[in-house]
Design a protein around this ligand. Structure first.
Ligand code: RP5
Length: 163
């Protein structure tokens, strides 16, 4: 999705991450948050990644979600090029089930923070929700939508019946 004035940038290291990261895209769309999704790799397109992230703040982007798998340095590289909040989503990998991605994303040395979410789809959805929560600190209408989301979620759980 390409929007004129995106507030959130969703970056992923490979198109193969999209099946997971589309869940972040869908959540942001559900909240009506303008965003854009791009494939950018820390190792396959290093210069373009640095350029994109360096220009993000000037373009009005306020939160970056960066997803990668394996030696998942994308979120850290993004964080090194911007002071915008960077939310890292470790992708589930074939060989190590995402443990490699998780450790590569979460273990940032002090000074360059990455807020790391859970491995896979839960992390993708929660990264979007956290981005909404960050934006909601200065947008009452988004905060209201978050309250409604939580209420609906609770009601759904309470409606559950067991066989
Ligand atoms: C990472 O390598 C990507 O984020 C992806 O999760 C992983 C595998 O990429 P492909 O080989 O499927 O393109 O850079």
């Amino acid at each position: 999705m390409a929007e004129t004035n995106p507030l959130v940038a969703v970056i992923m290291g490979s198109k193969s991450d999209w099946e997971t990261m589309r869940q972040a895209d869908e959540m942001l769309t559900r909240f009506g948050v303008a965003h854009e999704c791009r494939v950018l790799s820390a190792h396959r397109t290093p210069h373009q990644t640095a350029e994109y992230v360096s220009q993000a703040e000037g373009r009005g982007i306020q939160v970056i979600i960066a997803a990668a798998g394996g030696a998942a340095h994308l979120a850290g590289v993004c964080a090194a090029h911007t002071v915008l909040p960077v939310l890292g989503v470790p992708m589930e990998s074939a060989s190590l089930k995402g443990m490699d991605s998780l450790l590569s994303t979460v273990q940032m040395p002090a000074g360059i923070p990455v807020g790391t979410l859970a491995i896979g789809g839960a992390g993708a959805r929660n990264a979007a929700l956290l981005a909404v929560a960050i934006l909601a600190t200065s947008r009452p209408e988004l905060k209201q939508k978050l309250h409604e989301f939580r209420r609906e979620q609770s009601e759904k759980v309470l409606r559950e019946t067991l066989p």
